[in-house]
Design a protein around this ligand. Sequence first.
Ligand code: GLC
Length: 558
Amino acid sequence: MKITDTGDLWWKNAVIYCLDVETYQDSDGDGTGDLTGLAQRIDHLAELGVTCLWLMPFYPTADRDDGYDVTDHYGVDPRLGTHGDLVELIRTARDRGIRVIADLVVNHTSDKHPWFKAARRSKDNPFRDYYVWRSEPPPDTSEEVVFPDQESSIWELDEQTGEYYLHRFYRHQPDLNVANPKVRDEIVKAIGFWLELGLSGFRVDAVPFFMETLGAAESEAEQFGDPHDHLRAIRSFISRRAGSAVLLGEVNLPYEEQLEYFGDGQGDELTMMFDFIGNQAMYLALARRDAGPLVDALRARPEIPPDAQWATFVRNHDELTLDKLSTEERDEVFAAFGAQDEHQLYGRGLRRRLPPMLDGDPRRMRLVYSLLFALPGTPTLFYGEEIGMGENLDVPGRLAVRTPMQWSADRHAGFSPAAPSRLPSPLTTGGFGPEHVNVADQRRDPDSLLTFVRTLVARYRESPELGWAPVEVLEQPHGSVLALWSEVDGEAVVTLHNLGPDAVVVPVDLTRAPGCERLADLLGEGQVEVDRDVVDVTLEGYGYRWLRVVTARSRRLP
Ligand code: GLC
């Protein structure tokens, strides 16, 4: 890998940051965050070292699923601003070296979308076939619903026309019929529109669902053929319109199945996918204070096409789903990080942010973020993680982790001067509230979490082997330790993370790095002298170290 490759395949060691415009910064005092407010905060992101900003849905919406219920795929929610404000934001971000991507929500629309309003008018409406209908009463699908607290079937009766429509998510989110070529045309047209305005790609919502043809007419499904052809067509369209734009997919499936969405070795479908399996294994490992589950997951990661990449993460905007763990494993994570009913959601996940899960223990928080940046892949931060924000459990469901960004200890955390009733959500209170956790205090504090995360970002960015390297777990005697060797073309970094509370001495075998002169600490001042083939490295309880292998040939800054 040449260093210049990192500018070409930019997503392979990007730093992605996800936020909802609505809860980030209000610029006009109406209580809602907006694009102009976000533009004002772009330097916070630039200083942090973010290279790719992921905007949660900013489209006009019925707002019953926080924007994931779109009523116009070409619009900007007027509460957030205008197309002009969006373009200004994209240009300002670009000046700071930040690309902007956005959620692409095309599995479904809102039931208030003009297409659906027309579709339900009559069975022969021209838009009827934009959605998926059945006339027979559906079988029991209660096991298939995504939100079991709200829904008991994936089919809903439309009273007026007496037929049932498909909705994988809430009943107010009818699924689009992707087997209809007109729908596929609409989807690429919308993609093309946003690329033209300067987006650098999309986070693709609910990918496996949006490709399925469940309920489509047989002839249509047959003509549609292999659903992966649809994804390939979208990727190829994007590549023609904007060569370096990416598709970052939400595909929470076992690794082997995920591979198909990377284009089964061809690399012609999704560019990136979130590593849900690794994420869930990480929480199990943290709960057990044993790196084993994470080691197993990393070793199980299949080889992906050379230009593709995993997106790693600690938390996202949804519940922390633990659906791929066994019941016993999930119970272990619940017991460790969210034992109370109010912490849990849908029987499969946690509606908490990391710091409260760790009782605010600063050592473990830093351990986890160090780990995030050390894992092979591209780290994705959810807004507020850089300062250690908590959740507000009084806010219902998944929205508990989507409270306004905490800029300062001022009124409403400096997010907005409006009356509390006008805010999109109440703020976090208590020990993680804005008086204790905010950007203003941490900006100038060399010992703050924000300063620490900035350092992680800077070292990660200048050590591209961390993102690019294939997984190589080093053998060593401590179950609590994850030791990774990240090497690409002779440049190597050893990262060590101790998930346990006791200090350990880790023997690191350097026979594979002939000519290694020393190991330079990337996160601190120290270094490890190398006088033998196996050197001993000390780790504190919950300690972590990133060590660059320095040889006479290394080209990287030690
Ligand atoms: C995805 C989003 C989630 C949303 C759902 C329906 O899972 O992450 O927030 O509710 O899709 O669009």
